[in-house]
Design a protein around this ligand. Structure first.
Ligand SMILES: O=C(O)c1ccccc1N[C@@H]1O[C@H](COP(=O)(O)O)[C@@H](O)[C@H]1O
Length: 218
């Protein structure tokens, strides 16, 4: 059995949510950043979360969201994890954890090893860290850009907290990314889309099969 955990992010339809759950996704991401092409309304999110509850962890993806916005998501959608994908400080994560009683995941933008230095401070409060690629210049999105970075810089990283690799992964490159980085968890959005913001069930299944097919040593 594979120990690789997989998050499929930015699901916005019942069909693609069902495909991700049936194919064994460990986490499913719902996007609450209005500028994202994967953005869902609270009412869409409630329906999708109901499908996933108890089958996979529901992750609410937010970007520099205020406490009122986070409270509404907690109250109506009740995610298992809130993902912070902006410039949130460790203190904001700690406050959200206490206030909302959910696990928290902090996404960090990475292009070189030095970008990992702040991870130790986030690891004190975050339940998960997510190492995503730095957005290209001019992009309105802090994530979900389909660009990658040198995966080998994550090799032997020891944070005492679980972490995920994301950025430009797809069914063709995910096994190699896991092998060269040594990570045990991956996250994908654009790489399982047939066009920007439109998830494809076949690509979701192919991604999960490729990632879960990698055997973790030990
Ligand atoms: O996907 C988005 O639109 C998005 C918007 C704002 C913040 C984060 C977003 N997505 C996250 O970025 C990673 C990597 O995406 P990709 O696979 O390179 O397209 C994704 O898994 C989400 O966690």
């Amino acid at each position: 059995m594979s120990d690789i955990k997989v998050k499929i992010c930015g699901l916005s339809t019942e069909d693609t949510m069902a495909a991700a759950l049936d194919a064994g996704a460990d986490m499913v991401g719902l996007m609450f950043f209005p500028k994202s092409p994967r953005h869902v309304t609270l009412s869409q999110a409630c329906k999708l979360a109901d499908m996933a509850r108890g089958k996979a962890d529901i992750v609410a993806v937010t970007v520099n969201m205020d406490l009122d916005g986070l409270s509404r998501i907690k109250e109506l959608v009740n995610p298992d994890i809130i993902q912070f994908h902006g410039e949130e400080a460790p203190e904001s994560l700690a406050a959200a954890k206490v206030m909302h009683g959910t696990k928290v995941m902090k996404a960090m933008s990475i292009s070189e090893k030095a970008d990992l230095e702040a991870a130790q401070y986030y690891a004190i409060v975050a339940d998960w860290l997510l190492f995503d690629a730095k957005p290209p210049k001019g992009s309105e999105l802090p994530g979900g850009n389909g660009v990658s970075y040198d995966w080998t810089i994550l090799k032997d990283l020891d944070l005492k907290k679980p972490f995920m690799l994301s950025g430009g992964l797809d069914p063709e490159n995910v096994a190699e990314a896991i092998r060269v980085s040594g990570v045990t968890a991956v996250d994908v959005s654009s790489g399982v889309e047939r066009e920007k913001g439109v998830k494809d069930s076949d690509l979701i299944r192919a991604f999960l099969a490729a990632a879960k097919g990698v055997k973790v040593p030990g």
